[in-house]
Design a protein. Structure first.
Length: 277
């Protein structure tokens, strides 16, 4: 009877031991498989994640760009407006400085010191195919007369050809109808500076071949009897000199001492041909 009772107990113990062994083996196997599975999943997911990132990152950036585009355009517009304002202020300051310089020079002319003058402002440039002229804000009411010489701080500008009560028209040196008697420095030879039109140098005629003259030389008004201008006014600067073989005169080119495009202030000299001041 006791043997019959022991056999089930042994069998039960064996079964329990077997069950524990199987559970342990199964747990280890399960743990192994879970670890392997994680590795497999990682191997699959990581490249996929990288691929997705490479696809969606540009899309995200593009989205950000689209969202921020109006703001960026607004900032760009503000910057452009500020740059435009600064440029305008710069040009205004440069223009004001140029005007002050010209005004200062015409009140202290280093030439024609014995001739009275009338300061004037250029109010209109009126060059045309017919005549190269500009208008000043002084006229007969201020003492301006036809044929009065007009000068800038650097030298001769032209002469008055028309007068109203409060304005006057000045003929530029470059006008084809303009002729100025000039004197060559050192030699004392005289010639005639003749205008050739807008943007063209003046020609200096009647200069005897062989007369010494160099580029850069400043020619002054000759002031001979009956001349339209008093003597000694700086008139033109020589830019080219040549002496072609067989010519009866020197080939000379010159430009005015003033820049008409920047001219703002001038002085009208109280001088007329034959009548003086």
């Amino acid at each position: 009877m006791s043997r019959l009772l022991e056999r089930p107990r042994v069998t039960l113990a064996a079964l329990i031991l077997l069950s524990v062994s199987l559970i342990t083996v199964n747990f280890n196997a399960t743990r192994f498989h879970i670890g392997s599975l994680k590795g497999v999943v990682a191997d699959v997911v990581d490249p996929t994640r990288s691929a997705l990132d490479s696809v969606f990152r540009p899309l995200a950036n593009a989205y950000h760009g689209v969202v921020s585009y109006p703001s960026d355009q607004h900032e760009i517009a503000l910057l452009r407006a500020r740059i435009g304002t600064l440029q305008r202020l710069h040009y205004e300051q440069v223009g004001a400085l140029n005007a002050m310089t010209q005004l200062s020079r015409i009140t202290k002319l280093p030439f024609a010191t014995t001739i009275g003058s009338i300061p004037a402002e250029v109010v209109q440039m009126t060059p045309s195919n017919l005549q190269l002229t500009f208008v000043i804000d002084r006229g007969s009411a201020d003492g301006v007369k036809v044929d009065n010489p007009v000068v800038g701080g650097a030298g001769l500008v032209g002469r008055v050809v028309q007068v109203t009560s409060h304005t006057a028209t000045v003929l530029m040196l470059t006008d084809p109808s303009s002729t100025v008697g000039v004197r060559i420095p050192k030699s004392g030879q005289v010639g005639a500076a003749v205008g050739q039109g807008a943007g063209q140098p003046l020609t200096i005629n009647l200069v005897v071949p062989g007369t010494p003259i160099r580029r850069g030389a400043v020619l002054v008004t000759s002031g001979l009897q009956g001349e339209l201008f008093p003597p000694g006014l700086p008139a033109v600067r020589v830019t080219q000199v040549a002496n072609p073989s067989g010519d009866l005169q020197e080939s000379i080119r010159a430009v005015p001492l003033v820049n008409y495009s920047e001219l703002q202030y001038v002085a009208v000299l109280k001088w007329t041909p034959g009548g003086g001041t």
